[in-house]
Design a protein around this ligand. Structure first.
Ligand code: GDP
Length: 296
């Protein structure tokens, strides 16, 4: 059984005599537990290190508040630091540009990119009353194109008709043109995924980006991604200038460490989370809730 971090820290720190201020020794003992909790939550090692350094700087020498135990006090410092690093409040998808606004969806194959594209389209249609056009750019996987068409139908959103033999850039240009002619507000471009980050994928997505000037580049990533989360996020962000992250499979057992890893290395906000296979299983990201989940 996993004991909550709060109880563990209380156990360690509350046996210490109150000295008026937290000493480096107290804080280091607590940080060993914090480190363990973060690693269990699958936060990448380099991020764990920078996180604990920040907490140490904040906690050592802090006056012990009379009304709370030293354990509770360190837990609060850890929680506050985590919320700060995860980002302030819920972030929204920015559509503040001349229509049709392009949203480029990127990510590894299997991350939930196509499903998330349909979920976001549904949200923009239902809640924000936008007219959305979907287009699949996965020229190598006809099944992926079909999947988007099926999902589009399910959520009541139009998909660009499939024309065989076109390149990703050609399809993207056709989508923008169709959107202009059809009076659409938003075009969501579902790029091809690969099992691992590869050069061909990045070049193709960068070409599509150059051709469509998207207002948002959303990286879809699986919350179950462990130590690889940092490399994936870094690679996509460096090449494509990610504007936001959508973390999928937050309905599973994942403690959500990938959220901290990705946010820390890219500085880009987590905009939404996927919480199931159904098309309405999409929620806003709340740093405070995810912080509690990461800490256990
Ligand atoms: P893609 O290859 O990145 O386009 O991934 P898909 O959209 O095809 O999704 C792969 C699988 O993950 C499908 O079975 C989806 O139903 C499932 N999936 C996507 N998002 C979520 C989520 O938030 N939670 C759960 N439990 N499953 C999801």
């Amino acid at each position: 059984m996993f004991d909550g971090l709060s109880e563990k820290l209380s156990g360690i720190l509350n046996t210490l005599t109150r000295r008026g201020a937290l000493t480096e020794e107290d804080v280091n003992a607590a940080l060993r537990e914090v480190r363990r909790a973060l690693l269990e939550a699958d936060v990448a090692l380099e991020v764990v290190r920078s996180f604990t350094d920040k907490v140490r700087a904040r906690a050592v020498g802090a006056e012990v508040i009379k009304s709370v135990s030293p354990g509770q006090q360190v837990v609060k410092i850890v929680h506050d630091q985590l919320v700060e690093m995860l980002g302030a409040d819920a972030e929204i998808i920015d559509l503040n540009a001349a229509p049709p606004v392009a949203i480029l969806m990127v990510g590894l194959q299997g991350s939930g990119k196509t499903t998330t594209t349909a979920k976001i389209a549904k949200r923009l249609t239902d809640r924000e009353k936008r007219k959305v056009l979907l287009a699949s750019l996965d020229t190598r996987r006809p099944a992926a194109m079909e999947q988007l068409a099926v999902l589009g139908k399910q959520v009541g959103v139009d998909t660009l008709p499939i024309v065989a033999g076109q390149s990703a850039v050609q399809i993207a240009r056709r989508a923008m043109e169709a959107a202009r002619l059809g009076g659409y507000d938003v075009v969501m471009l579902d790029t091809a995924g690969r099992v691992t980050v590869d050069e061909g994928l990045m070049i193709e997505a960068a070409d599509v980006k150059a051709a469509t000037d998207p207002h948002e580049v959303l990286l879809v990533a699986d919350a179950l991604t462990g130590q690889d989360a940092v490399n994936t996020a870094r690679a996509f962000d460096e090449r494509l200038g990610v504007t936001g992250i959508v973390l999928t499979r937050m309905d599973g057992d994942a403690r959500g460490g990938a959220a901290l890893s990705m946010r820390a290395v890219t500085g880009k906000p987590i905009k939404l989370i996927g919480t199931g296979e159904k098309v309405d299983a999409l929620e806003e990201f709340h740093p405070s809730r995810v912080s509690s989940r990461i800490l256990g």
